[in-house]
Design a protein around this ligand. Sequence first.
Ligand code: CTP
Ligand code: CA
Length: 210
Amino acid sequence: MRVLVTAGPTREYLDEVRYLSNASSGKMGYAIVSAGLKLGWEMVLVSGPVDLPPPPGCEFHPVVTTREMRDASVEAFDQCDGVIAAAAVCDYRPIVRVAGKLSKTGNPVTIEMIETDDVLAELGTRKQNRWVVGFALEAQNPRENALQKLRRKNCDWIVLNSPAAIGADSNQVELIAADETTQATWAGSKSEVADSLVHWIAENRERGHG
Ligand code: CTP
Ligand code: CA
């Protein structure tokens, strides 16, 4: 079993020193990598910038921008049996990346942005006989929105967690299948939730790639 995990935030640069990002700690994704290694799986970690060391024994691909995360993930996915997308990808990027450093003018500024690549959706279109697990963090209509994401990104399962999880050590999640059924709910530290998730996948992965 060889599994790709995306983790951490991505950064999108306005100029050479300023970027847009989010507060993802990477803890959930790194815990999933550690959990997979404990099961004896080969784990490939594609991670944005975080303050955590890569779990010893994983294949580590550090990235910064969403495009880098997309390219590294698409390449790694070819050799994997499945993917767990725990990254908190930056959704927008400035259309223009200014060379050097923008200077203050004393006036308001408007930055035009477009959506970044959807890494998970791209892997979903390429999945063939592999299983795909997404994450969803929803403030409103959590189940409905999570299911929409599952379908849009061609996932087999989606892990719904609450916004309180960002940067926290613990987590409460629901695992939802493409047929809208709740497969499991887990609460605990991110490492406990990660262990439960990979054990569940180990036992149920044949039901994926639908
Ligand atoms: N994801 C991704 N690439 C993106 C955006 C999201 O791979 N550009 C993945 C995340 O890693 C996660 C899933 O898609 O597994 C859902 O992420 P989320 O941010 O909840 O969904 P979005 O599609 O970005 O929608 P929105 O943020 O508007 O709710
Ligand atoms: Ca998003």
